[in-house]
Design a protein around this ligand. Structure first.
Ligand SMILES: [Zn+2]
Length: 96
């Protein structure tokens, strides 16, 4: 099976998608992929302990149910909030 690839935001080259995790303060995890050409790190998402426990619940909820739908939306909303919170206080401009 071919390795999944993505296009680097910085150098525009295709690079193998290897997901890595960085631990931030307050139990936040930053999941990112590093470019093999230029070393640039593209953030995929941030999660904290609350999101993690919701993801666990979501995983254990049957497909096609209202509960799963609700959890998925809730997780997405919390991830967006967390991302904004973290990126607004740093000089992280990778998504511009
Ligand atoms: Zn690159």
């Amino acid at each position: 099976m071919a390795k999944e690839k993505y296009v680097c935001n910085k150098c525009g080259k295709h690079t193998p998608f290897v997901q890595e995790v960085e631990n931030l303060p307050d139990g936040v995890e930053r999941h990112y992929a590093g470019c093999q050409s230029c070393g640039y790190q593209s953030t995929i998402f941030y999660i904290d302990s609350e999101i993690k426990s919701l993801m666990y619940q979501q995983k254990n909820t049957a497909f096609g149910t209202k509960k799963k739908e609700r959890l998925t939306k809730q997780i997405q909303g919390l991830m967006d909030d967390l991302k904004q919170k973290i990126e607004s206080k740093g000089e992280n401009d990778e998504n511009k």
